[in-house]
Write a protein that binds this ligand. Structure first.
Ligand code: C5P
Length: 309
């Protein structure tokens, strides 16, 4: 039995370029890994099977479409294992369809867990390539820390960061579909007359002020630099998010933004005490289902318990 812990992410910058001929958008995507995370436990079994526990477990698909199951099969196929056997149990804390890459995290965790269970010793570089086949956000869940994602988000460069930043995440009722939020972003751009293709929208770049704030460990400067080009689209599809963002700001957050494609909202706090206060205030605000105080950056998917040899 092997257990892997894997972080959720928030995008401290999500710069979205025009839609490409393959349907994806070029990104300048600064991923930040937070301690709110899932645990995936792999046990030897016949075939590939899944179970899931946690407050959102009912919303997690347990069939072959789950990224954890796809990851197990992809790793087995890469190594030519004809008959892969693993039971994967997901202890789910990351909001489902919440804009925090929870499904991607489970895919990354399953790669690491199966690699250890099957004794494959796959190099990280190969795991990163397999992760990119599974989805745009999966490679970052392997890497963790803070990283700039280019291309559709899968071409990663680790970024320097100092200290610890304190965050609060307000979890909404129900999820938002990532493709639907990207489509809404395109629709808003077309409606405003700018156009939505790569010919219309300049390729985004990482914001130097944001990179400096991360390197300096300065939460006030980071708060000033946070940005998410998908935020207007997420709020357009779920107008109540404006109330959630407002409630966290009123409770003392340095800044508020939608996490990725939403609907989870992220709040940067000045320290751990402020984060605990903001989370408690949000929980009784009536603008979200629940709220979690957490911190980051933290490492990517890693084995936390394995059989002693
Ligand atoms: O790569 P992944 O399967 O996680 O992406 C889910 C969907 O999100 C894509 O099918 C696409 O609609 C949208 N997407 C995008 N541009 C990106 C990443 C994702 O349009 N860079």
């Amino acid at each position: 039995m092997v257990t892997v812990r894997v972080p959720a992410k928030v995008n401290v910058q999500l710069g979205v370029g025009g839609v490409r001929p393959d349907g994806y958008h070029d990104l300048a995507n600064v991923f930040f890994a937070v301690a709110l995370g899932d645990e995936v436990t792999a046990t030897a079994a016949d075939g590939v099977t899944l179970t899931c526990t946690g407050p959102d477990a009912d919303a997690v698909p347990l069939d072959g479409t789950n990224l954890a199951a796809r990851a197990a099969r992809l790793l087995a196929a890469h190594h030519g294992l004809a008959d892969p056997g693993v039971h994967l149990h997901i202890a789910k804390a990351i909001p489902v369809a919440g804009g925090m890459a929870g499904g991607s995290a489970d895919g990354a965790a399953a790669l690491v867990a199966c690699d250890a269970l099957w004794g494959l010793d796959t190099p990280l570089e190969t795991l990163l390539e397999l992760a990119a086949e599974l989805g745009s956000d999966v490679p970052f869940a392997l890497l963790g820390g803070v990283a700039l994602g280019r291309g559709r988000g899968e071409i990663l460069e680790a970024l320097p960061v100092s200290g610890t930043f304190h965050w609060v995440f307000a979890v909404a009722d129900g999820g938002l579909s990532t493709p639907a939020v990207f489509r809404e972003c395109d629709r808003i751009r077309e409606e405003s007359g700018t156009g939505a293709t790569i010919d219309d929208v300049p390729t985004p770049d990482a914001d130097p002020a944001l990179l400096a704030a991360l390197a300096d460990g300065d939460p006030v400067a980071l708060a000033d630099a946070l940005s998410n080009d998908l935020q207007a689209a997420a709020v357009s599809l779920r107008p109540s998010l404006a109330d959630t963002l407002h409630a966290g700001t009123e409770a003392g957050a340095l800044a508020a933004l939608v996490s990725g494609s939403g609907p989870t909202c992220a709040f940067l706090a000045k320290d751990a005490d402020a984060a605990a206060h903001i989370a408690a205030t949000l929980r009784t605000s009536g603008t979200c289902r629940t709220a979690h105080a957490t911190y980051g950056p933290v490492p990517g998917a890693r084995v936390v318990s394995a059989p002693t040899p």
